[in-house]
Design a protein around this ligand. Structure first.
Ligand code: NAD
Length: 252
């Protein structure tokens, strides 16, 4: 049996929907999993499941070549509220999915990490993937922890792993008022005429990456030939500037 399907967990979310559509458009067989259902034309199957409680369905992993797990119930704005719970739910669930996939013989795991929260307050700009990991909050610590487990899974099982460090994605399908996604929130507030709150200094500048480019990066990470453990920054690289420092409150 050829194992060429892609299991996408969290397929109903902002990144999940965009990536699932892009994978389907690229001609791939996609098995979608989420706690809720969404209508995405062309997916091979849609399973409603809570992977934090029950794990990723084994029958899907048994035929998969790649796992992408977008499921995560936290964001930078709420990242420090209950770090122990975050680790117990999000980090543990992600690691369980990596482990189950590796044991089931899935060749590759592509993981949506964070370009905005794992490097700390004053990283070199543009920030290379080799910059030290110094998460500024609980959300970043959780994303970085899952990355480290992914590294350990790659060594233990020989699984190909790739963490895409996404910084400030924006575009269609992004929910406003989430604490992650300034453009969606600012646009929604502008439309109804409510004030836009800027955390920190209004002089701060950020770089954004279009969701279509993020989706394409995931497609490439699935399609590319053999990968060793890799970490790839997915953000629009901009000129370095003293006034441009990541703003920890609302970064991805
Ligand atoms: N949006 C950003 O700015 C950004 C930036 C960098 C990294 N990320 C990461 O990308 C991933 C997706 O982010 P998003 O913005 O699309 O989030 P989202 O909340 O829009 O999507 C997450 C999806 O996962 C599903 N889900 C959550 N828990 C689940 C569970 N236990 N079982 C099954 N499904 C579950 C949700 O129903 C939702 O559809 C997350 O891991 C996030 O940390 C997001």
């Amino acid at each position: 049996m050829t194992r060429d399907s892609v299991v996408v967990v969290g397929a109903a979310g902002f990144l999940g929907q965009a990536c699932t559509k892009a994978l389907v458009s690229a001609g791939m067989t996609v098995d979608a999993v989420d706690v809720v259902e969404a209508s995405i034309e062309g997916v091979s199957s849609w399973t409603v499941a809570d992977v934090a409680r029950d794990g990723v369905p084994g029958e899907l992993l048994a035929r998969a070549g790649t796992l992408i797990n977008f499921a995560w119930r936290n964001d930078p704005g709420r990242g420090n509220a209950d770090m122990a719970k975050d680790a117990q739910t999000n980090v543990a669930a992600a690691v369980r999915s990596f482990e189950d996939a590796a044991r089931a013989g899935v060749r590759r795991i592509v993981y949506p990490s964070s370009g905005g929260t794992i490097y700390g307050d004053n990283p070199p700009l543009p920030t290379p993937e080799t910059a030290p990991i110094r998460p500024v909050g609980g959300y970043g610590a959780g994303k970085a922890a899952a990355e480290l487990y992914l590294h350990a899974i790659a060594l233990a099982y020989g699984t190909q792993t790739c963490a895409l460090r996404i910084g400030n994605p924006y575009g269609p399908g992004q929910y406003p008022e989430r604490g992650q996604g300034f453009i969606a929130t600012a646009t929604a507030r502008t439309m109804v005429g409510t004030p836009i709150q800027i955390f920190g200094s209004a002089a701060l500048a950020r770089d954004y990456v279009y969701i279509g480019d993020v989706a394409e990066a995931f497609v490439r990470a699935v399609q590319i030939g053999a990968v060793k453990q890799s970490y790839v920054a997915i953000e629009r690289v901009h000129r370095p500037s003293a006034s441009r420092r990541p703003q920890r409150d609302a970064l991805g």
